[in-house]
Ligand binder design. Structure first.
Ligand code: ATP
Length: 401
């Protein structure tokens, strides 16, 4: 196993545009790090530079403290884990797992890939035992479940005794249900094996559920590297806040209506869905700014009728009309639409460009309890946990709270 260190890594393709722009990242021995971001953000390029399939324009790559920029892929001792279709259908599980050993330069001239036939068998059996595949070694991939196939793919990486596993969107071709299963298989296996792993995905759910730490990239630039919880609770900017979480955080332009007084609160932000009381400390951040962007996650809202007194006092109640409701069984999404003025419309469109989204609709998504009896089209009392409101600079996108 090994640590992987990226120091100011830059990749420029022929057009000169930095596909990866000055990325620095320390991946500890045994750590599981996810590279996530929208299409084109440079995550695959970064992975390919680590494994040696792409030259590094500038900066330094170290594996276990040794510079590896110029090392050939085979000398880096890293294993790419491919999607399950990378298995050979005509070979048994045993032969699929043994394949990298046979493929390696055949130093012994006996088809053993330079590790000796005895050793091949030993390694395959050991990997199979780890992966609980021993009783399936004679089967062909077609006769395995999706999870078992994924384990065979990992078996190939294990027999090579690689220092780290690199995954490039391994689950992107699977349907949602299988993807969920595979996700937990990979996560459990990685933890059991304790192998340093780097995993590329554009799916924020995958990123949040798999990794010890998640690195969020946008247009080649690293935005934030943090644990899933920290990313969710303390996103550094609008982009990370909007990218992480589903449904996404709601953003509303707001102005400071009343700055309140320290300790006693009483500060109020005026927003398109009504006044939102905030602490005087947060109000101080908005002071002197013409406008701030408020960030409220859908679950900060609740049907006011279901909120007890103690909780009620931590947030605030406002009246809104829900345009429609989506029933999900365990909860429901309530939508509040608002009419943006020209300025707000422009801000939302700038924000959409910043988020890489087609458009941001002038609406707020709220997550309400399944037992709520609220109805669309009626004046409804909603509670919002305004103590958790995030305030962003609309220009730089920086989280000010
Ligand atoms: P996706 O999820 O769509 O694969 P990604 O985040 O993995 O996207 P990359 O594939 O790393 O992004 O691409 C980053 C940028 O570099 C993109 O703008 C892409 O067009 C560009 N790029 C990638 N490969 C090449 C190449 N071989 N030549 C020129 N430009 C490239």
């Amino acid at each position: 196993m090994a640590s992987i260190t990226l120091n100011n890594i830059v990749k420029k393709y022929d057009d000169g545009f930095p596909a990866v722009n000055n990325v620095s990242l320390d991946i500890a021995d045994g750590e599981f790090v996810i590279l996530v971001g929208p299409s084109g953000c440079g995550k695959s390029t970064l992975l390919r530079m680590i494994v040696g399939l792409e030259d590094i324009t500038s900066g330094e790559l170290q594996i276990d403290g040794h510079r590896m920029n110029e090392a050939a892929p085979r000398d880096r001792n890293l294993a790419m884990v491919f999607q399950n279709y990378a298995l050979y259908p005509h070979l048994t599980v045993y032969e699929n797992i043994a394949f990298p050993l046979r493929l390696a330069k055949d130093k012994n001239g006996d088809g053993s890939g330079g590790v000796g036939q005895g050793s091949v068998d030993e390694r395959v059996q050991k990997a199979a035992a780890l992966l609980e595949l021993t009783e399936h070694l004679d089967r062909k991939p077609a006769n395995l479940s999706g999870g078992q196939r994924q384990r065979v793919a990992m078996g190939r990486a294990i027999v090579r005794e690689a220092d780290a596993f690199l995954f490039d969107e391994p689950l992107s071709n699977l349907d949602a249900k299988l993807r969920g299963q595979m996700r937990s298989e990979i996560s459990q296996l990685q933890r059991r094996l304790g192998v340093t792993s780097v995993y590329v995905t554009h799916d924020q759910t995958e990123a949040m559920t798999l990794g010890d730490r998640v690195a969020v990239l946008k247009k080649g630039i690293l935005q934030q590297v943090a644990s899933p919880r920290e990313l969710y609770e303390q996103p550094v900017n609008l982009f990370v806040a909007g990218f992480i979480g589903s449904p996404s955080m709601n953003f509303l332009p707001a102005t400071l209506k009343d700055s309140g007084s320290a300790g006693s609160g009483g500060a109020v932000l005026s927003s398109p869905i009504g006044d939102i009381p905030i602490s005087a400390e947060k109000a101080a951040v908005a002071q002197g700014r013409e406008l701030v962007m408020i960030g409220l996650r859908p679950e900060y809202f609740e049907d006011a009728a279901l909120v007890d007194e103690a909780k009620r006092s931590k947030g605030s109640v406002f009246t809104a009309e829900l345009s429609h409701l989506e029933w999900l069984g365990h909860e429901q999404y309530g939508y509040i639409e608002f009419e943006p003025d020209e300025k707000v419309r422009r801000l939302l469109s700038d924000l959409a460009a910043e988020m890489d989204a087609d458009e941001l609709r002038p609406q707020v998504v709220t997550t309400l309890s399944a037992e709520s009896r609220v109805r669309p089209g009626q004046a409804t009392e909603l509670w919002v946990d305004s103590s958790r409101v995030h305030l962003f600079d609309p220009e730089s996108g920086e989280n000010l709270t």
